[in-house]
Design a protein around this ligand. Sequence first.
Ligand code: 5AD
Ligand code: SF4
Length: 502
Amino acid sequence: MNEEQRLASQQIKKDKQPAKDYSKYFEQVFTAPSLKEAKKRGKEDVKYHKDFEIDEQFANMGVGRKFYIRTYGCQMNEHDTEVMAGIFMALGYEPTENIEESDIVLLNTCAIREGAENKVFGELGFLLKYKRKNPNMLIGVCGCMSQEENVVKRILKQYQHVDMVFGTHNIHRLPTILKEAYLSKEMVVEVWSKEGDVIENLPKKRLGSIKAWVNIMYGCDKFCTYCIVPYTRGKERSRRPEEIIQEVRSLAAEGYQEIMLLGQNVNAYGKDFDDITYGLGDLMKELSTIDIPRIRFTTSHPRDFDDYLIEVLAQKGNLVEHIHLPVQSGSNEILKIMARKYTREHFLQLVDKIKTAIPDVALTTDIIVGYPNETEEQFEETLSLYREVGFEMAYTYIYSAREGTPAAKMQDNVPDDVKKQRLDRLNEVVREYSAKALEKLVGTEIEVLVEGSSKRRDDVLAGYTRKNRLVNFEGPADSVGKLVTVKIIEAKSHSLVGEFIK
Ligand code: 5AD
Ligand code: SF4
């Protein structure tokens, strides 16, 4: 960047106005979530790139400036934040946790439920106060919400203090977007409705040094009728196995102890390759030979969970005996209108196969209650399925209508208070089974990966078991980052208390 550009980029306009007419932009670039349109997408055009580099014109753009990213939602978003932080730092920006001293504030948003979106709109309102104090501050919205046309329109109309909006397929364009935001009087909006290619060499600033996230695929083609993800994250695109294996190898060499493989629907991994037949089972098999203590993955879809994967997971080693397997509902009618493409019986058969191959497996799940027209009997089938499987834990949600999804068009005749009661009743069962699973561990010796001190007490260590259970115990401070053996002496409602053994 030459001196003139640099000065221009620092000269932030105080009279920033939203563009007068974005309609052309919306016509050309944006498509509201549409099942019909999205289902037309093919698998032909994914290209793999390793050519990301910071153009000379952007070098030093961030020198003397600080960035702050607030992340909402899932681990995929957390990992995207690591990539954006990597890009910021490559541009010379420094991270900060303090909004007041930030030159750039980014909200990396989640669109999965209305509540998640409301939090972001609340935060945007709140940021106005900071922007008034520091008019030079740039405010950006990225992540899943920015892929929604209605959200972008609302930001343009009601949140004019926002300087940039960019989508989940535009992260690698961050340097250009930032430059435009510095120079433009208008809000910079760059959202591609069509997913981008896979870019392999984006910089990353990992948040931890013990556990690391590794993307194995992007997007989702399942189109469950309630879910916005296939629209906000685009079609399924798998990373090539050699890239993933290489990344895990380097993380192992750097001393990381645990890898979480990420994808919206990891069981579809590899289905988009047209030159090789290679699935999640093959990938896990290869990763199991790498010298790193623990490897997990999330999130699974029961439909694509195949026998070979079960066979590979049964070998254990560094593949942990914990599977998060979202079921969503125990009723065949509801599963059908959710378009989950399996029945209660299929799901139970799958669970049976997994338990036969891995008898000490811990299964956890996601459940939605109060789906449009869900009856009391159908809800009770979810409770009975939960008991029959004996899940050790669950994330439970009240159905939230997402504009543009097929479910949002269904008439919803379940009153809010009934939905709320169902959630409470389900959570009671979840608590009961979680407590049982924890109590069973009292008296046993268990492997814990120590992550640091506990939230409440500095002199108590905290870590997680292979099944992802939190254990607090007193022990040597130098065990942080290591695997230790702990004897469990007490089960609390969500965690375990132990004694350090070795
Ligand atoms: N309403 C409520 N919960 C939802 N989920 C996804 N979409 C919705 C929605 N519209 C839940 C599912 C999924 C988890 C990540 O979020 O249970 O597995
Ligand atoms: Fe959404 Fe998961 Fe269904 Fe994909 S598989 S549509 S991410 S719930």
